[in-house]
Design a protein around this ligand. Structure first.
Ligand code: ZN
Length: 361
């Protein structure tokens, strides 16, 4: 599997190997456009089934888990039977410059998921042209979310989450929206037991500048996938495999006709909403001259010389909105702590005795 961070040329080499192994299955493997910095954007078309599905990933450059999941899908044999019912168009990385530099935005500092109406960026225009030409029956909008998401009470992290976006301000339950909900329900039912934490549901406030909302506004059922974080999965290897499984379930589900009734909506609404209650490390009861304090620490991700580093940053003291950490250290009754917590200028925090340090992935 690709690692969490890969350079764009690393990705291109990997993709070429996959396409070579697929020999013949791919109807097209094309450069469909160029990024701001003139990197090629790839579009791959497979199958000739009746239901057309368009999936794009890494429109946010620092969200690689879903691209890795797509590569898994292409490497395995699932495609053979899935393609009996569907025609699949995949844009594995929509934002090559962001992927190379590990940034959410593109090289012009624009969030491509806020550019659906303006189409101010070459990458946005590429996606729109594919939508117009391919006329998908379904869209899968593939993303990764930060490690802050969990259940509302903060007891469990959200390892995966989904949204059937609204297509208008009234958040109408259009046919397109219910179709997207049905896909999500199918993933939730079949994958819930494998998830370490919860499968969460995103808020459905309408913003036409977001691609999913825009597509839904154009009556194309669109499913937002978000690969999340759980435990020590900083490589996001585990969640990438879950997303791959979710893709197989979703593709199977869109290929079959099922009933769209009120049960679809209630099943969808029973998927738990999320809060942003998690930090990477929560240190409780740190002794200070003014009493014990709880420290919230979040990893800042940075690519240096081709490697992804996680830098622990102090983001708050006694924050009431922080309910939990992927790692919780309570210093009450902690025997190994040597009072060696150091906070540096940019709020980088270190402690040898608590093993809090920068690490590479
Ligand atoms: Zn994203």
């Amino acid at each position: 599997m690709l690692p969490r961070y890969y350079s764009y040329t690393q990705f291109e080499d990997y993709l070429q190997k996959i396409l070579h192994a697929l020999n013949g299955t791919v109807l097209q493997d094309l450069i469909i456009g160029k990024s701001v910095l003139q990197r090629p954007i790839y579009g791959l078309k497979f199958g000739s089934g009746k239901v057309r599905v368009l999936a794009w990933s890494q429109m946010h450059g620092n969200e690689s888990a879903t691209t890795r999941a797509i590569c898994e899908l292409l490497k395995r044999s699932d495609l053979d039977y899935l393609l009996e019912d569907i025609e699949l168009y995949i844009i594995p990385i929509l934002n090559p410059d962001g992927a190379e530099n590990w940034t959410r935005v593109n090289a012009n500092n624009v969030d491509l998921n806020r550019d659906a109406v303006l189409l101010s960026q070459p990458e946005s225009i590429v996606l729109r042209k594919v939508c117009d030409d391919f006329q998908p029956h379904y869209c899968f909008n593939l993303h990764g979310q930060r490690s802050m998401y969990g259940s509302l009470n903060g007891s469990t992290p959200a390892q995966l989450s989904f949204l059937a976006p609204s297509g208008d301000q009234k958040k109408s339950l259009s046919v397109a929206r219910i179709k997207a909900m049905r896909v999500i329900n199918s993933i939730n039912t079949n994958l819930n037991h494998r998830v370490d934490g919860i499968i969460g549901r995103y808020k459905d406030d309408f913003n036409r500048n977001c691609v999913g909302d825009f597509m839904m506004n154009s009556h194309v059922p669109t499913v937002l996938f978000e690969a999340g974080h759980s435990g020590a999965d900083y490589s996001r290897d585990k969640v990438s495999m879950l997303v791959y499984q979710a893709l197989v379930i979703a593709l199977k589900s869109v290929g079959t006709n099922q009933i769209l009734d009120a049960d679809v909506v209630s099943a969808y609404e029973s998927i738990p909403e999320m809060s942003t209650a998690y930090v990477d490390i929560l240190i409780k009861n740190v002794p200070t001259p003014i009493g014990n304090r709880h420290l919230s620490i979040q990893y800042h991700e940075q690519v240096r010389e081709g490697e992804l580093y996680f830098i622990p940053i102090l983001i708050g003291v006694n924050r009431e909105d922080v309910l939990n950490g992927h790692r919780v250290i309570d210093l009450l009754g902690h025997h190994h702590f040597k009072n060696d917590l150091i906070v540096e200028g940019s709020f980088e925090i270190h402690s040898e005795s608590l093993n809090i340090k920068i690490f590479a992935n």
